[in-house]
Design a binder for this molecule. Structure first.
Ligand code: FAD
Length: 309
């Protein structure tokens, strides 16, 4: 069995595995693709101390760093079920999609999240070429240009407020007749001079010139199709944690995020979690790596304090 088994090979998992291996722990790692969401990213300019990189480059660097250490990497595999130890200090079991079962005294869940997609033509084709999901990450790329935000919940309205300070104009499209964001956010949004809010506006297509986004089409409340010209479309209709496989074992909040304390501990002793899959706010690479290190150190603490059961 492993001392520590890390589930997920994104930034949080990579960081947890490195910290564990550096403690001399017998460390395993299970995941389907190294880098996680980082692999879906074009330019990265906010991973502190790395002025500029790309997703594939950072993913390769994360993997190379992990491979510096004696970490057993079980790749092209996903976990499908967790069997928590019967008592603290005992062995947890993790069933993989292949049917194999791995055992470990501590588990770090770092299975990340994925953005809900609009599912309209052009969205895949122009991903990273004008279609964006993270305003903190990609907002500055659209400085002085017009953009649209799809989604009128808290994240869409926050994105619109954030972007309005950077871009020339923001059009926010909400499918329903009302914004769903908190009132204070809506008040802030409506106070901004360079924002247009369209309700009952269903985004139907993202348009481009073959290399980048040039606009989008939406169906209005009048049933007619309309077009707006924009350089970017920020899709903000939900970030979904990859935690379905944990239902009924560790405590999740209403959004499906794993509830963690300030040490990354979950509701199950010996099971820790880090990164976008958790309740930790602000889903960013620098935060995921920090949280991965923290959860790993907390798991080490657990290993040295809790007697083997
Ligand atoms: P993830 O990166 O999601 O990695 C989790 C890994 O676990 C994935 O490989 C996933 O496939 C795997 N997994 C899922 N379920 C299972 C399972 N059951 N068993 C095993 N493995 C599983 N952040 C920034 O800081 N700067 C940016 O510029 C930036 N740009 C972004 C651009 C885009 C398009 C996207 C989508 C995100 C961007 N982010 C950016 C956010 C950043 O990528 C995430 O915050 C970060 O990757 C989270 O790391 P993580 O390790 O928690 O999860």
């Amino acid at each position: 069995p492993f001392d520590m088994l890390v589930i997920g090979t994104g930034p949080a998992g990579a960081s947890a595995a490195i910290y564990a291996a550096r403690k001399g722990l017998r460390t395993g790692m299970v995941g389907d693709r190294f880098g996680g969401q980082v692999m879906d990213t074009e330019g990265i300019e906010n991973f502190i101390s790395v002025i500029e990189t790309t997703g594939p480059k950072l993913a390769a660097a994360l993997e190379a760093h992990v491979r510096q250490y004696d970490v057993e990497i079980i790749s092209s595999q996903r976990a499908k079920e967790l069997f928590p130890a019967a008592k603290p200090g005992g062995l947890h079991g993790v069933v993989l999609e292949s049917g194999a079962v791995l055992h470990a005294r501590t588990i770090i869940v770092a299975t990340g999240a994925h953005w809900r997609h609009l599912g309209v033509p052009g969205e895949e084709e122009y991903r990273n070429k004008g279609v964006a999901y993270c305003p903190h990450c990609d907002g500055p790329f659209y400085k002085g240009k017009p953009v649209a935000v799809a989604g009128g919940g808290n994240s869409g309205v926050e994105a619109a407020i954030d972007l309005a300070g950077i871009v020339s104009h923001v059009t926010l499209l909400q499918r329903g007749s009302k914004l769903k964001a908190d009132k204070v956010l809506q008040d802030k949004l409506y106070s901004l001079p360079n924002v247009t809010v369209l309700t009952e506006a269903l985004t139907t297509k993202i348009e481009g010139n073959g290399t980048k986004v040039t606009g989008l089409s939406y169906r209005g409340g009048d049933g007619a199709d309309h077009h707006i010209s924009v350089d970017g479309v920020f899709v903000q209709i939900g970030l979904l944690p990859n935690t379905d496989w944990l239902r009924g074992t560790v405590k999740l909040n209403d959004f499906g995020e794993i509830i963690v304390d300030d040490h990354g501990a979950t509701s199950v002793p010996g099971v820790f979690a880090a990164g976008d899959a958790t309740t930790t706010p602000y889903k960013q690479i620098v935060i995921a790596t920090g949280e991965g290190a923290k959860a790993s150190l907390a798991a080490f603490d657990y290993l040295i304090r809790v007697p083997v059961a």
